[in-house]
Write a protein that binds this ligand. Structure first.
Ligand code: ATP
Ligand code: MG
Length: 332
């Protein structure tokens, strides 16, 4: 059976971008059509300045929200990355397979390193080596497909290269994975800065819709979204990025086409109102289920315990095989 792996980092509260770009497809398609593993990748949250208590809290919250969004532990495997040692074990072998130049070319590294530096913080080495750990996350499970928003495509391509290189040098241990992007909303943009993507770890929150925002806050953020000069509603990502983003979000929420929707609105205000209502409609059941699950933390813990056990069982033999193949003496 086709195997799918995808992850989400507890680096902030989950956003509409995470939901439309990744989580919704995990819930609606992947868990039904494949042997799917979903992971709260907490080790990745340590690559920039972090607060330990916050990471712990956000890890639990992310897992709870994924269940609230509709992941069904009977159909898929949900777990926390640091609960399965194989990720860190394999990451080291990936660092020994990748080159320094490959890592430095990653767009996310360049962007995030620049952000850290400009805020006066030193850049952690793990921010550079992050894609090695991400390759390990994927390759440990013999993953065929990695459903991600298009900001992660470059990292998945690196994981492909590393799998091929390892296999060529040391023997056929890894399945070569590929990234798959959602049909629409592969990249939801920040409502205040529609040329940069909505990201949960960004400091400026006015343009970010969080899944757990109060409905009034969601409405306000969308009504205040930056649009473009002009009044005509057209779908043009380059000339009118703000309007195009709203059309993309609306299309994604209502299963419509942005080009077609553009013709249905004669003012930006009407487009914003429709978008806000569509987003609220989409989030309402998720918020409600989240509140229920928060009242039952032992359920969530149980899911994560079972998930980690299954994940360990899947990853262990392949990582052992990689250790042996690369030249490490297996323990007697
Ligand atoms: P951070 O700012 O810490 O990088 P993030 O919001 O980018 O957080 P990630 O945990 O890096 O979230 O990514 C989780 C998943 O959500 C990935 O599949 C990623 O491609 C997707 N994703 C993140 N942001 C967006 C977005 N704005 N639009 C569409 N998909 C997104
Ligand atoms: Mg990201």
């Amino acid at each position: 059976r086709r195997r799918i792996f995808s992850g989400i980092k507890p680096s902030g509260h989950l956003t509409l971008g995470n939901y439309l770009g990744a989580v919704r497809r995990w819930v609606q398609e992947d868990q039904y059509n494949a042997d799917a593993l979903f992971c709260v990748v907490d080790l990745h949250a340590l690559t920039v300045e972090h607060d330990p208590a916050r990471v712990r809290r956000l890890t639990r919250q992310a897992a709870t929200l994924l269940l609230a969004a509709g992941l069904d532990p009977e159909r898929c495997t949900l777990f926390v990355q640091s609960h399965v040692d194989e990720h860190a074990r394999l990451s080291y072998l990936m660092e020994c397979t990748a080159t320094d130049g490959e890592m430095r070319r990653m767009i996310q590294y360049k962007e995030k390193a620049a952000r850290e530096r400009s805020s006066g913080t030193s850049v952690r080495l793990s921010l550079l080596t992050y894609p090695a750990l991400m390759a390990a996350d994927i390759l440990a499970y013999g993953t065929h497909e990695v459903p991600v928003g298009d900001d992660q495509t470059q990292h998945v391509e690196l994981a492909r290269d590393l799998a091929q290189r390892f296999n060529q040098r040391y023997g056929p241990v890894f399945t070569v994975p590929r990234a798959t992007n959602p049909r629409v909303s592969a990249r939801v943009m920040d409502l205040q800065d529609p040329t940069s993507k909505m990201g949960k770890s960004h400091a400026e929150t006015a343009g970010i819709v969080y899944l757990l925002d109060e409905p009034e806050a969601v409405r306000k953020k969308i009504m205040r979204a930056v649009t473009d000069s002009g009044t005509e509603v057209r779908y043009d990502r380059t000339a009118q990025p703000g309007v195009a983003n709203l059309l993309d979000v609306l299309a994604s929420c209502t299963d419509g086409k942005p080009e077609v929707l553009a013709g249905e609105f004669t003012s930006y205000g009407a487009l914003k109102k429709a978008t806000a209502e569509a987003v609220l409609e989409l989030l309402r059941p998720v918020r409600a289920r989240h509140a229920e699950l928060c009242a039952d933390p032992s359920y969530v813990e149980g899911v994560l315990r079972t998930g980690a056990e299954r994940a360990r069982g899947l990853a262990r033999p392949r990582v052992d095989e990689a250790y042996a193949a690369i030249g490490l003496l297996p323990p007697a």
